[in-house]
Design a protein. Structure first.
Lengths: 218, 216, 216, 218
């Protein structure tokens, strides 16, 4: 199974209306080459799931600006004024989810779990419409799984089988979203032979990875 | 050919290139020996890795299978903790699990983890595997040593999981299970449908064309 | 001394040797500059690491704080994914979080993530931090730029978390919160209890001995 | 903060009636030196939480044999006949928990989560006494958190701050239980200076570790 693909093969994987999970935190750990391809592909009505909408020219910011996104499920939009403007204009649905809840919901989606009880959000607007349960005298919200059609990941290094290693804080959402999508596409800075990554040091096992593309800057 | 080898050979035909597979202890561990040429699979081990291989040379520290027995690592192996291991298993990232069985029924339910008053080893990872793997294949001898059938309308032993088995391979026959009934797909060489019927404790439908078990 | 520096200096006194601390953006990030001599803390950053340090020299790839700004790594730092990061935060493995606030009330509830119709940046990790850290310290100026108090009987802005704040440090005073009431622990040098009372929108009890804020 | 302790300091950390989580899978990844200390300490009425009771002379097996344990919460006891015998004799309570559920319950306990919904066990004896919920048309069991007084961990390597690295499949339960106990004691083969473990390669961050003791074989 050859997972290594060339850039022209990436664009056609996306369709209007798809749900796309992206790695990255304020753009750090976001696969910028894949975002650029998405931008050029002109697919629309996308739902994006990830930590934040970064800045207008960083992370997934360009997709928000271009109007290709109809919904975002994120924990933070404050650093990208375009997100707020489009939300107020009614052009973009924004679901704000506490960061720790967001990553657990994605983890549930990728792990076959039906949901998780978290104390985060109890007594706030976050609890609206959710099942509330007491366990051991403490109140929790039931938070439900999230999955996507495609996950787009940025890794530092991949072997040809698809084992991944991330660099520093660029790890963040990437290894978790790798479990939660039907198709997992990885943009890497460096491609090495199988065996060059020690099995103990693999951060995302190859079995989760479908396509690998080499960063153009690399 | 021994019953176990017949079963292992036939199960091996179900595994396709690139599959991630978890094999239960006992008979299922024989399956990789009989993989068709050119088919490469990745074995998942619930104690925390992908890329289980046969032991070659001296045992390596910490490289053991889910039975605690020294094994090898295939090229491209990856190790992880148990939470990650079961995220893979329950999350549908294991294409096939092959498990031994005590009983299977026409609802696709499997009993393989305890015999009340006799054997209570614990379920280990079996319940998660049967609940979570994309496809569950039961590989077992058709009858017990005492000659009692293991293929039933309803399991009498405590279940491992309900309605998750899709294929049963014995030394006599191959059944699929769908919509609450067994469907006879194949019989072993030299075994008649009548023999299968005698040794089976549930009705079964016949596939459009009941073939002979391929043991290549 | 600037209000922010007074607050940061006082908060620094609350941090003890070996503490794991998460600092919110803005004012809280000033706190480490004023740590007492000999006190070493580990800074947690919700984007995935323990051991955040000041930027020294050139930015390193991927070494950024939760605001996306290049930072440094302290010796003994460890990186991890976001699920692990919030397991640390929610699981009580962060000893203290210091966060800015818009409003705090006598139930210990904090509002700091949105102003309806005006500012909806999203809660980021703040709700998890306030829900999960062992001790929540709010570090904020006592009043808004328009002179409205931020210390209230009940927050009027949407809450970040309910009943989790245990200490509030402003440039005028230090309050603890227990059993649904503010307790005045200290006043800033030159600030009278009367001044604090005027600028505070909730009743408060007096500590047995109301001290002067230590700004060492 | 010096976390490095000597062997004589380990025994006094345990008390009768404590709940102890242990790493390891069939004894691989179990801190055998700490188990030996527990064995010699004669503390009793222990509750053990971990994957399995291994073999009579492996993993936590010796503690079962010695009668120091009154309850085990594990996924498997089949390889240690002493566990079954004591259970049948009424000398030992055995809670059997599916392995994936066990590790998720421990993860909840260490992550401030109130519980998790899993499909594992639905329609089996495992569901007895548990809350059952349907999410998206599928049934799940609500499984509740587990925590312990002490977690005993085996690592390959620690730095003096307490950052840990595990070896191969000896990782298993160890990094997960490190979150879920009030006191975390680690037995290591190798102790290195702070800075010798790359931050990206740390598998358990130092902040979770309280005590480190060097393996006597090492």
């Amino acid at each position: 199974m050859n997972k290594i693909v060339q850039w022209p093969e990436i664009g056609p994987l996306f369709r209007d209306g798809m749900t796309v999970m992206f790695g990255g935190f304020m753009g750090v750990g976001t696969p910028l080459g894949i975002v650029a391809v998405l931008r050029e592909s002109r697919v629309g009505q996308l739902t994006l799931i990830g930590n934040d909408t970064a800045m207008p020219e960083a992370g997934v910011g360009p997709l928000v600006a271009s109007g290709q996104v109809s919904r975002v499920i994120v924990s933070h939009i404050g650093t990208n004024p375009a997100t707020g403007k489009k939300m107020i204009a009614g052009e973009l649905d924004v679901d704000l989810v506490p960061q720790g809840t967001l990553i657990e919901r994605i983890r549930c989606g990728g792990s076959g779990l039906g949901g998780v009880l978290t104390p985060t959000g109890v007594g706030t607007v976050v609890e609206e419409g959710k099942t509330k349960m007491a366990v051991g005298g403490k109140e929790y919200l039931l938070e439900l799984p999230l999955r996507a059609d495609i996950a787009i990941i940025k890794a530092k290094r991949a072997d040809r089988a698809g084992n991944l290693v991330y660099e520093r804080a660029a790890r963040n959402f990437n290894p978790v979203i790798a479990f939660a999508a039907d198709l997992v596409i990885v943009e890497v800075d460096e491609l090495v032979e199988v065996g060059e990554i020690d099995p103990d040091m693999v951060m995302t096992p190859a079995a989760l990875v479908d396509k690998i593309v080499l960063s153009q800057g690399a | 050919m021994e019953a176990k080898e017949i079963i292992a050979r036939r199960v091996a035909q179900e595994l396709k290139e690139g599959y991630v597979v978890n094999l239960g202890i006992g008979l299922p561990t024989m399956v990789p020996r009989f993989l068709p040429k050119g088919v490469n699979i990745t074995l998942q081990s619930e104690n925390g890795f992908l890329g289980l291989g046969p032991l070659e040379g001296e045992p390596m520290p910490g490289v053991v299978n889910a039975g605690g027995v020294p094994c090898g690592l295939a090229p491209g192996a990856a190790m992880f903790d148990s939470a990650t291991s079961f995220a893979l298993i329950r999350g549908g990232h294991v294409d096939v699990t092959v498990l031994g069985g005590l009983q299977v029924d026409e609802e696709g339910s499997l009993a393989n983890w305890m015999v009340p008053g006799k054997m209570v080893p614990g379920m280990g990872g079996a319940m998660d595997l049967v609940s979570g793997a994309r496809k569950v294949i039961v590989a077992m001898e058709h009858c017990t040593k005492e000659g009692e059938t293991r293929i039933l309308e309803r399991c009498s032993l405590p279940l491992t999981a309900k309605s998750r088995v899709s294929l049963v391979v014995t030394e006599l026959a191959v059944f699929s299970i769908s919509h609450g009934e067994f469907v006879l797909l194949e019989t072993a060489p030299g075994i008649s449908v009548e023999t299968v019927r005698e040794k089976t404790g549930a009705r079964f439908a016949m596939a459009d064309k009941v073939g002979e078990m391929a043991l290549a």
